[in-house]
Design a protein around this ligand. Structure first.
Ligand SMILES: C=CC1=C(C)c2cc3[nH]c(cc4nc(cc5[nH]c(cc1n2)c(C)c5CCC(=O)O)C(CCC(=O)O)=C4C)c(C)c3C=C
Ligand SMILES: [Fe+2]
Ligand SMILES: [Fe+2]
Length: 334
């Protein structure tokens, strides 16, 4: 056979893979256990030697946490499944509409389903020889961005014929991102039936040690919070949520901030999570349900949880702009 009529040559197509963290398949202890086992054996997430961690994980964490977490997931589960999965699907569909038929858009989860390797392979099978992999974390973190990229690179490493690859850089301080967040938060604040005295900007926490080791996550969160605070008409305060384990995590802790406010005369608050591109158990249950309980029990009066950008017009316009920039030179007509 002459090289020019090689049977595998396909039409060139472009793929975009939106990536988020992942979620269990069902709000049941068994499914949550499978999800947590994959998540919590990622050395990017738990950075202690495996020989030390494995006995704790299997002896303690995976025996107790799945039941507790399943209870949290049950409270947020929807007809379309886990909120994170449902919103991720809608984001991919909306981006597909916006980018048109020059591009194939799909989404994948770092842990659980649909997995990164399978989703990348389906894009390749559809003829994509150029792919943008977009971890939807505004702030770079080893545990999230790098872990998602590790999985993308590992999937490519198993391919004989790899597509060309671009990855979406962190966008924590991109003007389009700050604009989208500011517009979305102002609109939601304006629609409340009370006037909050403070807006808490709650980011997912990380072990303090990762900051000392040079992870830019803490700095990225601080910058998003500062830029956003400069744009909003309400005083803001940064906080870090979802502490896990016994090590020291980034401070101030969201639950401590909420419990402290009423003592300082702050009895009306709103809370937003600008580090999450989609609402999930950490925003809906941890902030919206448990955070509210903590605040009211401490003497607070009014509490509102604001939504993430999700598949809102503000959020999708931002995502389209960021992805189009990565597609520059690949798309037939700019
Ligand atoms: C947005 C950035 C995130 C960082 C940074 C992050 C770090 C991190 N998380 C855990 C432990 C857990 N996280 C869990 C859920 C979860 N985490 C993120 C995002 C970040 N995590 C998201 C989007 C979600 C939501 C998933 C969903 O299904 O809705 C969970 C599971 C839920 C629970 O049991 O509380 C755990 C556990 C660690 C240890 C860590 C950094 C070291
Ligand atoms: Fe997390
Ligand atoms: Fe949590």
């Amino acid at each position: 056979m002459k090289p020019n009529d090689h049977p595998q040559v396909q039409p060139r197509r472009i793929g975009v893979l939106l990536i988020n963290l992942g979620t269990p398949d069902a709000p049941e202890p068994g499914a949550v256990r499978r999800y947590l086992a994959e998540f919590l054996t990622d050395p990017r997430v738990i950075e202690i030697p495996q020989w030390l961690w494995r006995p704790i994980l299997h002896g303690v964490v995976l025996r107790t946490r799945p039941k507790k977490s399943a209870h949290a997931y049950k409270q947020v589960w929807t007809e379309e499944g886990s909120p994170l999965a449902a919103i991720s699907r809608r984001q991919a569909e909306a981006l597909q509409q916006r980018l048109g038929s020059d591009v194939i858009v799909d989404f994948a989860m770092r842990y659980g389903n649909p997995g990164i390797a399978k989703s990348l392979q389906s894009l390749v099978d559809l003829g994509c020889d150029r792919i943008v992999a977009a971890p939807l974390y505004p702030q770079y973190c080893g545990a999230t961005t790098a872990s998602a990229q590790d999985a993308v690179f590992a999937a490519l490493a198993a391919m004989r014929w790899q597509p060309s690859l671009r990855t979406l850089p962190p966008y924590f301080d991109e003007p389009v991102h700050i604009d989208a967040l500011a517009a979305s938060l102002e609109r939601q604040l304006g629609a409340l039936d009370f006037e909050p005295q403070r807006l808490v900007l709650s980011f997912h926490g990380m072990p303090q040690r990762t900051l000392e080791l040079g992870d830019p996550y803490h700095c990225h969160c601080q910058k998003t919070a500062r830029l956003l605070g400069e744009r909003l008409s309400i005083p803001t305060e940064i906080a870090f949520q979802s502490r896990f384990g016994r090590a020291k995590w980034l401070e101030p802790a969201t639950d401590k901030v909420l419990a402290r406010y009423p003592k300082e005369g702050v009895t009306r608050v709103a809370i937003a999570a600008p580090g999450f591109s989609a609402d999930c158990v950490e925003t809906i249950e941890e902030l919206g349900i448990r955070g509210k309980e903590t605040f009211l029990a401490a003497g607070g009066d009014r509490f509102a949880r604001l939504h993430c950008l999700n598949d809102s017009a503000d959020g999708m316009a931002m995502l389209e702009a960021l992805i189009r920039r990565e597609l520059a030179g690949w798309l037939p007509h700019p």
